[in-house]
Design a protein around this ligand. Structure first.
Ligand SMILES: Cc1cc2nc3c(=O)[nH]c(=O)nc-3n(C[C@H](O)[C@H](O)[C@H](O)COP(=O)(O)O)c2cc1C
Length: 308
């Protein structure tokens, strides 16, 4: 049976599967439920310094080839989130899952402050979401759009969290994601998460209207997979950092593709909509079966195979 243990930088995980941010990582009971399944790590919903209500409904839709969402980063604020997570962290570890805490902010100083508050929980990793596509009206261009803004946010988070590893979550809609990856590596990033959802819009022709109240949203699920695979391959060629390859993974074979593009771990979000929560029990078994069939003894022997 193939060995699925995964070394993500300094972190050892029982398998490469990571619950992606924003999908179920919104309450302690859901985090615990998923940790009890066969998952390597769970990522929390992105959290800001202050509480946010998020966007008005409708905020999400299955449009046929993927999902679109504009939740608007609903969260309870950093202090309340830190209290919640401190209460659940021992349970997650008991179940064998790591805790990745996702943060976002409107400016560099706030990135530092939010990271400092959540680092007190001592999660296994802090993930800085520099790439939410759904709040551009409020915050302007995402930090992940340019090397200098991405590097400045990375430095602020690194400085605030002491020894905790930091992942930087990048956007797919940039002309040169490798250059952004190099900039955040040079600013101290330990891990890259690639990618966030892709900005998009769904229109209902009969009503001549966008379907989401926010008009635009982030595309995820199957439609995102080829885009994510290219982004992961570009990042893997550009930097020697572990990558959490995220976007459209719905099966064990999808996960193998992500690892063959150069990913070390594999983020999974929309698959929960398509296959239910138990997908986290099924994905490791599917990946192991594929590896056994193809003669891969461990993840390292498969990593980057498609981009050699
Ligand atoms: C409903 C929903 C909410 C999301 N919220 C967040 C979020 O708060 N922070 C973040 O970094 N990514 C967020 N994402 C993006 C996912 O973490 C992931 O990067 C993206 O959906 C691609 O993976 P998937 O195709 O497996 O869903 C969200 C995605 C969905 C579908």
């Amino acid at each position: 049976m193939a060995d699925l243990t995964c070394q993500l930088g300094p972190l050892k995980m029982r398998n490469p599967f990571v619950l992606a941010s924003g999908v179920l990582g919104t309450s302690n009971r859901l985090l615990e439920r998923i940790a009890c399944l066969d998952i390597g790590a769970v990522t929390t919903k992105s959290c800001s310094l202050n509480r946010r209500a998020g966007h008005a409904n409708p905020t999400a839709l299955d449009w046929g080839a993927g999902l679109i969402n504009a939740i608007g980063l609903t969260n309870p604020g950093a202090k309340a989130e830190a209290e919640n997570l401190a209460a659940i962290l021992p349970r997650l570890h008991e179940e064998g899952a790591l805790l990745f805490v996702s943060i976002f902010a409107k400016d560099v100083a706030e990135f530092g402050e939010t990271a400092r508050i959540l680092a007190q929980v001592q999660p296994d990793l802090i993930e800085a979401n520099l790439s939410c596509p759904n709040v551009a009206d409020e915050f302007g261009m995402p930090f992940a759009a340019k090397e200098d803004t991405a590097a400045a946010a990375t430095e602020a988070v690194k400085k605030a969290v002491g020894d905790l590893p930091v992942a930087i979550k990048l956007a797919p809609n940039v002309p040169n994601i490798g250059a952004i990856a190099r900039a955040v590596r040079d600013a101290g990033a330990d891990v890259i998460c690639a990618v966030n959802s892709m900005p998009g819009m769904i229109i209902d022709a009969r009503s001549a209207s966008p379907v989401l109240k926010n008009k635009v949203g982030g595309i995820s699920g199957p439609a995102l997979k080829p885009i994510a695979l290219k982004c992961v391959a570009d990042v893997a060629r550009a930097v020697d950092l572990p990558i959490i390859g995220t976007g459209g993974v719905c099966s064990g074979v999808d996960a193998a593709e992500m690892i063959m593009a150069g990913a070390t771990a594999v983020g999974v979000g929309s698959a929960v909509y398509y296959r239910g929560v138990d997908v986290f029990q099924q994905l490791p078994a599917e990946l192991a079966a594929f590896m056994d069939e193809e003669g891969y003894a461990d993840l390292e022997s498969m990593r980057g195979k498609a981009i050699l």
